[in-house]
Design a protein around this ligand. Structure first.
Ligand SMILES: [Zn+2]
Length: 74
């Protein structure tokens, strides 16, 4: 078990994350690449909209259900 609790990616927010936002910037990333942001309940919509209006948002998944892409490395 990890002792590091993932926290929300919103600026200044230290709340535990419950959502994973998967996104891709076609100008910077290959189409299969997924960057991820974490979001608490409060910031999920704000962050989704930020990515959504730019056309970057691919998926929003509950943190419990998020399976990191093994192809992404690490
Ligand atoms: Zn937050």
């Amino acid at each position: 078990m990890s002792d590091e609790t993932p926290v929300c990616s919103a600026k200044g927010c230290r709340t535990d994350a419950v959502w994973v936002l998967a996104w891709n910037n076609p100008k910077l990333h290959t189409p299969e690449r997924r960057k991820t942001w974490l979001a608490c309940e409060e910031h999920r919509e704000h962050l989704s909209q930020f990515l959504g209006v730019r056309g970057f948002l691919k998926d929003v998944v509950a943190l419990d259900e998020w399976v990191p892409d093994p192809a992404a490395g690490r």
